[in-house]
Design a protein around this ligand. Structure first.
Ligand SMILES: O=C1CCCN[C@@H]1CCCn1cnc2cc(F)c(F)cc2c1=O
Ligand SMILES: [Mg+2]
Length: 442
C-alpha cells in the first residue's frame, strides 16, 4: 500500500495512527491500549537512551532494577494521593487456577516499590546521596483514548529516584535533569520545548513541586508534557520513615526527587515532524539516515549502477553515517521512493546511468524535497553537511511554527478565543483560587 489515505490537516488522529503503522514503527495488538514497538521505534528509544544513560551516570546515578509487582498494603501507603490513580492500577489476582491470597499490583510507578528499601539502606549521612534509576516498563490501565506512544496501558520509561541530606542538592538535581530532558527533545528529536514549574493543582500531588518540559502540537493546538522532574520534598521520607543520622548526631529526613521520560517522546516526534508522505525522522535518531537506490534503465549497465550504489553506501557507513541500500529487483524506483519517504528516511540517493556518466549522485531531502546533484568525490562531506542541515531545519521549522502559535492575552475572553484558535497562550498568572461565582454571590 503506498501513500497516506488521510491528510494531517484533515483528520489528525487518523493520520497519526496511519503514520505510526505505515512507517513500521507500531503494530496494533489485540489488547486495547497495548502496542507492538517494531525495530524503528526501538532504535529511536535506544538512541535516546545512549545519550541519557551516560549523562546520568556522570551525575553519580546508578541503574538498578526493582520488581514489577507491589503488594496492596505497600501501594496503599501513598493512600492520600493514590486514590485518584486507583482505577489505573492493574492487579494480579490468580496464578493458574488458584486465587492469590493477597492481590498483587503491577507497578504504575515505583515509589512504593523502592522507598521501603531506601529506608532500610539509608541510616547515616554517609549513605547519602542515594541516586538510583531504572529502565523499565510500567502499566497504567488508562481509559481515555489510547494512542500509540502517547497514552498506552504499558510503556517504557526511565524513572530516577534520588535522596539527599539537604534540599539545595535536591533542587539543583531537579533542574540538571530537566536540562537533560530539554536536550533529548531539542538536540535529538529536533522538537522545541518550554521548561517550567507546574501550578499547585497541576503538580504531582505526592511531591513538593513539579517541573516539566512541555511540547506543542500546532495541528491540534494542544500542549503535551514531554518529561517531568519532581522535587518530592520530605513527603515520602515521612511516609516511609527514610531518616538519617546527620553529622551532628541529630535525626534528619531525606529530601527526594523523582524524574522520568518515556516512549511518549517518540509519539511527539511523529506528531511534530510527520507530513502527508508519512514519517519524517530527524537524522540524529534515524536508524538509517540515507537509503541508496539504483535507477536502472532497460539498456543501461545495471551491474555498474549497482556497484556504484554499493560503494556509495559503503563509503557513507565507513564515514560513520548509517546508510541503507535498496537493490531489490522486484520493486520500481518510484515504489521505493514512496516506501522510504513513508519510513521517514532523511535522505535518499539515486544513481542512474546519467549520474554514472557524470560520476555524480542525485540526493533528495525528505524534509523539504530538495534535489541536489553531488560529484561522487565530494559525497561523504556533502551528505554529512546535508544531514546536519536537515536536523537544524527540522528544529527551526518546528520552533517557527510553535512560536507563530504563541498569543499574549490579558482577559478571559481573549484567553478562550485563543484557546479555541489552537494557540499557545502567554497570560498573566495570579495563582489565586477562583471562588465559584454562585457561592460568593448569594
Ligand atoms: O512522574 C514521576 C516520575 C517518575 C516516578 N514517579 C513520578 C510520579 C508519578 C505520578 N503517578 C502517575 N500515575 C500513577 C498511576 C497510578 F495508577 C498510580 F497508582 C500512581 C501514579 C503516580 O504516582
Ligand atoms: Mg496519568
Amino acid at each position: 500500500k503506498l501513500g497516506m489515505a488521510v491528510k494531517k490537516d484533515d483528520n489528525f488522529g487518523e493520520w497519526y495512527s496511519e503514520v505510526v503503522v505505515n512507517s513500521e514503527m507500531i503494530e496494533y495488538y489485540d489488547i486495547s491500549g497495548c502496542y507492538i514497538l517494531r525495530p524503528q521505534a526501538i532504535s529511536i528509544w535506544e538512541t535516546l537512551q545512549a545519550f541519557f544513560d551516560p549523562e546520568i551516570k556522570k551525575m553519580g546515578i546508578k541503574n538498578a532494577y526493582f520488581p514489577l509487582f507491589v503488594t496492596e498494603n505497600v501501594l496503599q501507603k501513598e493512600k492520600d494521593h493514590i486514590e485518584g490513580f486507583a482505577p489505573e492500577v492493574a492487579w494480579v489476582t490468580k496464578s493458574g487456577k488458584s486465587e492469590l491470597e493477597v492481590p498483587i499490583a503491577i507497578r504504575p510507578t515505583s515509589e512504593t516499590v523502592m522507598y521501603p528499601y531506601f529506608a532500610k539502606w539509608i541510616r547515616g549521612h554517609r549513605d547519602l546521596p542515594l541516586k538510583l534509576n531504572q529502565w523499565c516498563n510500567v502499566v497504567r490501565w488508562e481509559f481515555s483514548n489510547p494512542t500509540p506512544f502517547i497514552r498506552s496501558r504499558e510503556f517504557l520509561w526511565q524513572e530516577g529516584h534520588t535522596a539527599f541530606a539537604i534540599k539545595e542538592e535536591a533542587d539543583q538535581e531537579v533542574l540538571e535533569i530537566l536540562e537533560l530532558y530539554r536536550r533529548v527533545y531539542e538536540e535529538y528529536l529536533a522538537i522545541p520545548v518550554i521548561k517550567g514549574k507546574k501550578s499547585e493543582l497541576e503538580k504531582f500531588a505526592g511531591g513538593l513541586y513539579t517541573t516539566s518540559v512541555e511540547a506543542f502540537i500546532p495541528h491540534t493546538g494542544r500542549g503535551i508534557q514531554g518529561a517531568t522532574s519532581h522535587c518530592l520534598g520530605q513527603n515520602f521520607a515521612k511516609m516511609f520513615q527514610i531518616n538519617f543520622e546527620d553529622d551532628k548526631g541529630g535525626k534528619g529526613m531525606v529530601w527526594q526527587n523523582s524524574w522520568a521520560y518515556s516512549t511518549r517522546t517518540i509519539g511527539v516526534m511523529v506528531m511534530v515532524h510527520g507530513d502527508d508522505k508519512g514519517l519524517v525522522l530527524p537524522p540524529k535518531v534515524a536508524s538509517a539516515q540515507v537509503v541508496v537506490i539504483p535507477v536502472p534503465y532497460k539498456d543501461a549497465d545495471t551491474t555498474a549502477i549497482k556497484a556504484a550504489c554499493e560503494s556509495t553506501a559503503n563509503d557513507l557507513n565507513a564515514a560513520g553515517m548509517r546508510a541503507d541500500l535498496d537493490t531489490r529487483e522486484n520493486y520500481s524506483p518510484g515504489w521505493k521512493y514512496s516506501h522510504w519517504e513513508m519510513k521517514g528516511i532523511p535522505l535518499r540517493i539515486e544513481i542512474g546511468p546519467r549520474d554514472l556518466e557524470k560520476s555524480q549522485v542525485r540526493i533528495v531531502r525528505r524534509d523539504n524535497g530538495a534535489k541536489i546533484d553531488v560529484p561522487m568525490g565530494e559525497l561523504v562531506e556533502k551528505v554529512q553537511e546535508i544531514l546536519t542541515s536537515i536536523q537544524e531545519n527540522l528544529f527551526n521549522t518546528a520552533k517557527e511554527k510553535r512560536d507563530a502559535c504563541i498569543e499574549v492575552v490579558h482577559t478571559w475572553d481573549e484567553f478562550m478565543t485563543a484557546l479555541n484558535n489552537k494557540k499557545l497562550i502567554l497570560a498573566p498568572w495570579c495563582d489565586e483560587e477562583i471562588v465559584d461565582q454562585v457561592m460568593s454571590s448569594n
